[in-house]
Design a protein around this ligand. Structure first.
Ligand SMILES: [Zn+2]
Length: 476
């Protein structure tokens, strides 16, 4: 904290009238995935791969003399670095220069505190600035994976930033291209275009998210198992690592999963996808990659899962091994079948998490009695959590859990509301409720921007009474 304040004062010594307004900030970005270099402070011991990122900014003339850029989320390692632990350089070898590497920007004076980058620019003149840096991903849940060389690397803006944006959180990309080695699988949250020179670029016209995020997975750690479910193709990438000897921090021999376990996983995938296809027949999802690994925190309390929407058709899902044993894998797959960007609609957590958790449990427990028990257990779990029980899903602005205390809004999002949805669906008729969700999603897909009130209207039009609807709204 002290350090950040110090650097801010440094910037002020330039006599900033105003930082360059990042609004309308244009950039291109080129990303090369390379082998990690052992001489870097994190280096090859932790990560087998490193990003080399080059961002080019065209700065229009503006009457100010500092360009302020930022990485939005401080990661664990970045925080250590900002606190003076230089060994944890998540972004080694940064260089700020002009397009041709020449003056005035080569070796120019700039300040960077791990999050905020300030670069002096000439006032009233158009400028070009190139920023080059190496980058290591902060995540793949450090404990189980890092000692063995990190199979899955995440470059995700939601978790920690990996590229620079303007100080208002925006940057307009004109081109984003990647150079990926054959040794890794590459999953990005958007349609990619294969270029003649062997690189892939992101189809920015189709890109629906504010941020660009991607994962890479080292192929040598995974056994591919293709599964076909009707017209749907699914590639199962099962981890070959035996993690029982993680404590020794040495690479462990590759282990083959027993055939019976592989057959069981294939059978489960088939069952889940068939059910989801039945629930959402209009969905365009038809190609999946499901990658499993040990993505758990050290204390085994939290496991990681993620759905990456590569297009309406193609999705990748990353799961911890424990996700096979509860509705968590199903949850990630529901995200793929209901693939909408909910960021910009109201009642966001209702639609993008609680409703998805409801469907995950609905599908995972086909037996009505088991299903009722599962939702009842959710309510009980919620009731036993610490904290205020009267907070509505509409009042929360963040979906989180504090991994130490267990506090957070996760109880409302993943336990209370899905259970209330189940009660409501049973009361008005499950099929009627599911039909309303399908109608709502159709409107989203058609580019409409329906809100929660529209959802209520669809239900009332289908015969649900005003009183039942209002009672439901109050209950969540
Ligand atoms: Zn989710």
């Amino acid at each position: 904290m002290k350090k950040a304040i110090f650097l801010l004062l440094c910037g002020m010594s330039f006599g900033i009238a105003a930082a360059v307004h990042a609004q309308g900030l244009h950039a291109t970005m080129f990303v090369k995935v390379v082998d990690a270099e052992p001489q870097d402070s994190l280096g090859a011991f932790f990560y087998p791969y490193k990003l080399k990122v080059q961002q080019d900014f065209d700065i229009r003339p503006l009457s100010c003399d500092t360009l302020s850029l930022k990485l939005e989320n401080f990661s664990f390692f970045q925080t250590l670095r900002a606190e003076g632990e230089s060994d944890f350089a998540l972004i080694p070898d940064m260089n700020v220069c002009s397009r041709n590497g020449q003056a005035p920007y080569h070796d120019t004076y700039y300040t960077f505190d791990g999050a905020n980058l300030s670069i002096p620019v000439p006032a009233d003149a158009a400028t070009h600035i190139r920023i080059e840096y190496g980058y290591y991903s902060d995540l793949c849940f450090r404990t189980h994976i890092v000692p063995m060389g990190c199979g899955l690397l995440q470059y995700d803006f939601g978790w920690n930033s990996w590229y620079f944006k303007g100080d208002d959180g925006h940057v307009e990309f004109d081109k984003v291209a990647f150079d990926i080695p054959d040794t890794v699988c590459f999953f990005i949250n958007g349609e990619s275009i294969a270029e003649a020179d062997g690189t892939v670029s992101l189809d920015l016209a189709q890109h629906r998210y504010d941020d660009i995020s991607f994962h890479i997975a080292d192929k040598k750690w995974y056994d591919p198992h293709p599964v076909r479910i009707g017209d749907i193709r699914c590639d199962l990438l099962l981890s070959k690592r035996d993690t029982s000897e993680v404590e020794n921090e040495i690479p462990v021999p590759l282990a083959q999963l027993p055939d019976s376990l592989i057959a069981d996983r294939k059978e489960r995938i088939g069952r889940i996808i068939r059910s989801l296809h039945g629930l959402f027949p209009e969905s365009k999802a038809e190609e999946f990659t499901i990658l499993e690994d040990d993505l758990r925190t050290e204390d085994e309390k939290y496991a990681y899962g993620r759905a990456v929407h590569m297009s309406d058709r193609e999705h990748a899902v990353f799961i911890d091994r424990s996700y096979w044993l509860d509705p968590s894998l199903t949850h990630e797959l529901v995200h793929c079948f209901l693939n909408y960007n909910y960021d910009r609609i109201d009642a966001r957590y209702f639609f993008d998490e609680s409703l998805i958790e409801y469907f995950a449990n609905y599908v995972y427990y086909p037996d009505p009695n088991e299903r009722d028990e599962a939702f009842a257990a959710k309510l009980e779990y919620f009731e036993n959590l610490p904290g205020d029980k009267d907070i509505s899903i509409f009042d929360i602005s963040r979906n989180y859990v504090d991994t130490r205390s267990g506090d957070g809004t996760h109880g409302i999002v993943y336990h209370k509301v899905p259970a209330r949805i189940h009660e409501f669906a049973q009361k008005i008729g499950t099929e009627r409720f599911h039909e309303a969700v399908r109608k709502f999603n159709l409107r989203l897909e058609q580019g409409d921007a329906p809100d929660f009130e529209d959802f209520g209207r669809i239900l009332r039009d289908s015969g649900v009474s005003e009183e039942d609807w209002l009672q439901f709204v109050r209950s969540i």
